[in-house]
Design a protein around this ligand. Structure first.
Ligand SMILES: *Cc1c(COP(=O)(O)O)cnc(C)c1O
Length: 344
């Protein structure tokens, strides 16, 4: 399982820390919960797309690209990290942003990740909801190619076998950290969307025969679709890695009970999780992915889904930049807030 066979550019601050969360674990009164800090990958406020981009951008450079394109929701963390990676490597970046939530909120449309996309020098183009965004992107890429540009397109979320290698790498890194400190991990939990993170993790874990159940908490698609997307990508990733067939269908488990009204729309459980992680551990989650992932983790712990002496690793996939796009949803959650000036 030699990842060094694949071209890679160093973009992330790796390895990311693996830390205990004693106050959250105590508040929930159950299993020991650890956190793998992939929100601290370093690039552009961090997040899980950085690991994928190490392999994707290397491919772009190898192909002689002078421009990269990708697509995502308006508050896409993937778009923001791609814009930063392109800036660092001296490539132009063009982003297609889908109005997936229908929000007219000023902060949602201009602040957070959108502000950062533009600071990194990326140009953005908007699309209404419900289109085939990868097809839209390819059409725009053809427009640029007709002008003589060498465009490398990255699918939404960076989720193809090349990008998923970044999470094969994370699986190896996490297992190494657990071995070093003698930590027996009973479960790994994380948010799953475009499927590359879970596909890479399950492939990496199976490739080294680390028998740790992996649970993806869905943020968009229903369970059958989500698991099918992850499984298909894991199969292709295992082939690319040189270990075809290591992932079985039953290795891929997603729980999609925490999506709520839809992608990018925070649920009460998501807001509670954001407040708990912030107030108990000083850790910022996001309202689209890691907040819903943590909401699933918290609810499953409360329901006794995990043994009370289990050790769980929550992989924090990042996304805090989106908090600034969600001011109206987040203001007033938790204990914090202005108090009246005390009278003398
Ligand atoms: C993209 C993203 C995810 C989901 O990862 P996928 O590889 O798309 O499944 C989770 N958390 C955050 C913060 C993300 O930006």
């Amino acid at each position: 399982m030699l990842l060094s066979r694949f071209p890679r550019v160093r973009l992330g601050h790796l390895p990311t820390p693996l830390e205990p969360m004693p106050r959250l674990s105590e508040a929930l009164g159950g299993p020991e919960i650890w956190i793998k800090r992939d929100d601290c990958t370093g690039l552009a406020t961090g997040g899980n797309k950085t690991r994928k981009l190490e392999f994707l951008m290397a491919e772009a450079l190898a192909e002689g690209a002078d421009m990269v394109m990708t697509q995502g929701a308006i508050q896409s963390n993937h778009a923001r990290q791609t814009a930063a990676a392109a800036a660092k490597l001296g490539l132009d970046c063009h982003l297609l942003l889908e109005d997936r939530t229908g929000s007219h909120d000023e902060n949602y449309n201009r602040n957070g990740n959108v502000l950062l996309d533009h600071l990194f020098g990326a140009t953005t183009e908007r699309r209404g909801p419900g289109l085939d965004m990868n097809a839209e992107m390819e059409a725009v890429a053809e427009r640029f190619r007709a002008e003589g540009r060498k465009v490398y397109t990255i699918p939404g979320g960076g989720s193809n076998p090349t990008g998923a290698l970044g999470y094969v790498n994370c699986a190896f890194e996490l297992v190494g950290q657990a071995n070093d400190r003698g930590l027996v991990i009973d479960h790994i939990v994380h948010a799953t969307g475009s499927a590359g993170t879970q596909a890479g993790l399950v492939t990496g874990l199976r490739a080294i025969n680390a028998d740790i159940p992996l649970l993806g908490i869905g943020v968009r698609a229903p369970k059958p679709k989500q698991e099918e997307n992850v499984y298909n990508l894991a199969v292709a990733t295992a082939e690319k890695l040189g270990c075809p067939g290591v992932v079985a269908r039953e290795d891929v488990v997603a729980n999609t009970d925490y999506v709520g009204e839809g992608y990018g729309i925070p649920t009460p459980g998501c807001l509670e999780a954001i407040a708990m992680f912030a107030e108990l551990e000083g850790i910022l989650l996001d309202p689209v992915y890691s907040g819903k992932g943590a909401a699933g983790l918290i609810d499953l712990v409360r329901k006794g889904h995990f043994a009370s002496d289990a050790r769980i690793v929550f992989i924090h996939t990042g996304g805090a930049a989106a908090l600034f796009g969600y001011l109206s949803a987040l203001e007033g959650i938790g204990r914090g807030g202005d108090v009246p000036v005390a009278a003398e």
